[in-house]
Ligand binder design. Structure first.
Ligand code: FES
Length: 154
């Protein structure tokens, strides 16, 4: 009799474990299914054209700034982004083609224009990389990196 009772308890315990395992798997699926879309950021290709003729082509996440792109891809641009995007240095100065410049979604703010005035090699199509946020339509973007930079902080 005691043996039967032991077997019954053992079966009940096994079923409980099985149920817990199924619930755990369901919860894990839920976690995975909500996490994957966040990791699947769209990417675009960006090329940095250095003054020495070197071309650096990288993959970049839509929604990142061009400063993020340089930092995240360890693009070797000496002194670039010294103020980390706080609009106080102008070292992230980049030069766009006229057509790319015309299609940028946002116009420069007064603060960006003030900082651009302090940049070396300023052109009509200059912008600060920390203020340019990538969109899907910017795939294949090419930007020139000036030969000299000016850290406006002194
Ligand atoms: S990183 Fe300093 S102004 Fe853009």
């Amino acid at each position: 009799m005691a043996f039967r009772s032991l077997i019954r308890s053992s079966l009940t315990f096994s079923r409980t474990l099985l149920k817990a395992n199924v619930n755990l798997e369901k919860n894990c699926e839920r976690i995975v299914s909500t996490t994957i879309p966040a990791l699947n950021k769209k990417q675009v290709e960006v090329t940095f054209l250095k003054a020495n003729g070197e071309k650096i082509k990288v993959k970049a996440n839509v929604g990142d700034s061009l400063l993020d792109v340089v930092v995240n891809n360890s693009v070797d641009l000496d002194g670039f982004g010294a103020c980390e995007g706080t609009l106080t240095c102008s070292t992230c100065h980049l030069i766009f083609s006229q057509s790319d410049f015309d299609q940028l979604p946002d116009k420069p703010t007064d603060e960006e224009l003030d900082m651009l005035d302090l940049a070396y090699e300023l052109t009509d199509t200059s912008r600060l990389g920390c203020q340019i946020i990538l969109t899907e339509t910017m795939d294949g973007l090419q930007v020139k990196v000036p030969a000299t930079i000016n850290d406006a902080r002194g």
